[in-house]
Design a protein around this ligand. Sequence first.
Ligand code: MD3
Ligand code: FE
Length: 227
Amino acid sequence: MPAGPSANLELFGSLDAPGGAAPGAQTRMGRQAWILRGLALPVTDALLRGVDEVLRQAPLRHMLTPGGRRMSVALTNCGALGWTSDEHGYRYTRTDPLSGNPWPAMPAAFAELARLAAQRAGFAGFEPDACPLNRYEPGSRLSLHQDRNERDMDAPIVSVSLGMAAVFLFGGHARTDPAQRHPLFHGDVAVWGGVDRLRYHGVLPVKDRPHPVLGSRRINFTLRKAG
Ligand code: MD3
Ligand code: FE
């Protein structure tokens, strides 16, 4: 189903639609890339408790890109390996550079949802060991990038969106390839791997449409096998 650039927004309602897309619907972005609509909704309370627990131990921070620019998205991690960026580059570390402590444990609710989502998308036996967590405020964005610092390119990535809606950009294998646009709503879970694992992607600047539970924030965490 190779939908055109704006068709998805119309099909599934605009970002103003308070309820998001129909739970249970599946948006196929690529051969091995899916958005499982509302899959996280039944477990949002457990997920948000997990988020609080992680943030208590490893606060959100604005990392620097290798080019020396401050990311507009604030970031932290849970799981054995954590993604960090600074003027020297991107890498996974076992400890939080802010505290020197190991990254917080991955909440069981995160890993369970990731296994379910991966299995639904055709990736049985997913065992994530890393989970970067992003916090968007109005205006925060993520420019087009590939996720290529993980050692195991056979494992998928699973991402969970909570709070304000955002427009996800899903491009191709070259930065200049045209990008599809897909809304990501509270409770949506995206899974991508295989032939789609290295596609460029990003998030447009988030509009301030406060969410009833999370207010003017969007939380996205991505479960990966990095080691
Ligand atoms: C990539 N996060 O943390 S995840 C990241 O919403 C990241 O915070 C974004 O990119 C965020 O590295 C996007 C959603 C996503 C969904 C499907 C994809 C990323 C994808 C399909 C292919 C490649
Ligand atoms: Fe990414």
